[in-house]
Design a protein around this ligand. Structure first.
Ligand code: PLP
Length: 374
């Protein structure tokens, strides 16, 4: 198998799995219970949260653990009863909740980067939340968050000078960022930040929302009052322990992986034939988005699957519903270019040899399709 869809899912590493195991069996206690073994579990849980928080320059008490990034993104919007703006290319877990809040989309350029002038033209005194993902999940585009944060600070000062009390928060979905970027909440200037264990070789359905102390959130769920009352429900101790281990491993391999994926990208782009590269600039090297105009990329996905090569046409959730990618449409691709687009995302399961092999199989699949059309 050659797996080139790491943006959709990553396998749990053996270290992560080993760290989690005891908390399913001998250390199964409810962290809220009063006896000693439960207190040990509570303290291990807290230590795990500290590791995750520390990795993004935050404190343990700034994190609300959630059942994945979708929940964290939804919770972030509980910070607002005002108007919202969101980047047009956001993942559906942001886009759909932003739409429920009557949010207006901010446009992007052909590389998928935010158009700051569009953001500025849409800013009004009623806007309370802006949501811009640090890394896009279809293109790998990295957004200039600190520039956006600097503009937001200007807007806040201007509001203050005019006696307007409406707060303005910046939320970022960093689901796809943590495995290749140094993520630091202060440097990015964000007030809310979504994390996702499932994209960094941790368990699925485990995530977190960083919440700066200035933000007032209403709870996602009510009940036992866990996670500072913001997300009630018995803690997912094994999941959070696994998340912390995955964060530690990720931070250790950050630089090595960056170099590795840059090499993979260079190899595949030099060996592939007759394609157009979609994500040319400002993108993580682990993302390669190709366009074979005139070809149905879904057929390529199936042909490649027969050879044991797993790739995708875009976000896994959109692909499964047969929907056209709103991300590729937003960067100005025509319907036929969108239909011919293929997303490859590298990860820790890949070797250089696999990348050569994958290039060969992709070239063959494209040739098969082109000759069928001829
Ligand atoms: N945000 C981004 C950028 C993603 O890539 C994903 C998953 O693909 C999510 C949010 C949702 O994550 P989950 O399905 O784990 O809740």
């Amino acid at each position: 198998m050659i797996y080139l869809d790491h943006a959709a899912a990553t396998p749990i590493s053996s270290r992560v799995f080993d760290a989690m195991k005891p908390y399913f069996s001998e250390d199964f206690f409810n962290p809220s219970a009063a006896y000693l073994p439960a207190k040990k579990v509570a303290s291990d849980y807290e230590a795990a949260k500290r590791v995750i928080a520390h990795a993004i320059g935050a404190k343990y008490s700034d994190l609300v653990m959630t059942a994945g990034a979708t929940e964290a993104n939804n919770l972030a919007f509980n910070a607002t009863d005002g108007k919202v703006l969101y980047l047009i290319t956001e993942h559906d877990s942001v886009r759909k909740v932003a739409e429920q809040h009557g949010g207006a989309p901010i446009n992007v350029d052909k590389n998928g980067r935010i158009l700051l002038d569009d953001l500025k033209s849409k800013m009004t005194d009623e806007i309370m939340l802006i949501s811009v993902a640090l890394v896009n999940n279809e293109l790998g585009t990295i957004q200039p968050l600190s520039e956006i944060a600097a503009y937001i600070r200007e807007v806040r000062l201007d509001r203050l000078s005019r006696g307007i009390k409406q707060p303005l928060y910046l939320h970022s979905d960093a689901s796809q960022a943590l495995n290749l970027l140094n993520v630091n909440v202060a440097r990015l200037g964000v007030d809310l930040l979504t994390l996702n264990a499932a994209k960094i070789y941790g368990p699925k359905a485990v995530g977190a929302l960083y919440v700066s102390r200035d933000v007032k959130l209403s709870p996602l769920s009510v009940g036992g009052g866990q996670e500072m009352g913001l997300r009630s429900g018995t803690e997912n101790v094994p999941g959070v322990i696994g998340f912390a281990k995955a964060v530690e491993e990720t931070c250790k391999h950050l630089n090595g992986n960056r170099k590795k994926y840059a090499k993979f990208k260079q190899i595949i782009l030099s060996e592939l034939k007759d394609y157009e590269l979609i994500n040319k600039k400002h993108s993580l090297d682990s993302f390669v988005v190709l366009c074979y105009n005139g070809i149905d990329a879904e057929r390529l996905v199936f042909l490649l699957e027969d050879k044991g090569v797993y790739v995708s046409t875009g976000a896994a959730c959109a692909a499964s519903k047969g929907e056209k990618s709103h991300v590729l449409a937003a960067i100005g691709l025509s319907d036929s270019e969108i239909a011919g687009s293929l997303r490859l995302t590298f990860g820790e399961t890949n070797s250089e040899e696999q990348i050569h092999e994958a290039a060969k199989f992709i070239n063959e699949a494209v040739e098969t399709e082109r000759s069928r059309h001829a």
